[in-house]
Design a protein around this ligand. Sequence first.
Ligand code: GDP
Length: 200
Amino acid sequence: FRHRSAKFLITAVNQGHYRHLTHPEVAFAGRSNVGKSSLINSVLCSQKLVKTSKKPGHTSALNFFALSSRAGPGEISIVDMPGYGFRSRNEWGDFIVEYLSKRKVLRRVFMLVEAKVGELKSTDENFLDLLEEYKVPAQLVITKADKLKSADTDQISSAVIKQATRIAPSVLLPQAIYCSSRTRMGIDVLQAEVLSVCGL
Ligand code: GDP
């Protein structure tokens, strides 16, 4: 990401808003307060592209960012999905279902789970149901990993991965990525995944 620059593109609630964006794309999703804004800012090497002071459940739209190479072609889109928390299976905004079911350029959803929580909540499970239903490739990212003692990490990841794999066996990658926006642990690994899944 060293020779790339990020910028905010659009806020969208239907296909018409983002149909013209045709570069390879990844999206970030997770419960409110999971550390998603901080993580996207870290990945994009920006302090404040994504506002980190939102109220839980407050933002309910897709926010698109562009990551372009200063050296020429190779632009990709990064999508910040609305933080979920209090929604049941039937209360997902239609635009989320529309996005997950129809977005052809979407290469992978990075689904964030907070390290200390150590398990999936029912909203996480509902989201994984959607990913499985619409066959969207997904990978778990364990956030705020600085709060864990290193001895705990394997235990937590295998429990969470097991739980998630039961729900989304055909789309979930077997490997989770541990990240901390505070220490930048794992951010380089995540950046490498983003570029590679987008073919760069
Ligand atoms: P979002 O609601 O998912 O976008 O989460 P935010 O990025 O706004 O972060 C929610 C809270 O978690 C804030 O108080 C952050 O300071 C804190 N936080 C975010 N990332 C980290 C991290 O890597 N480590 C720790 N210890 N706290 C974090």
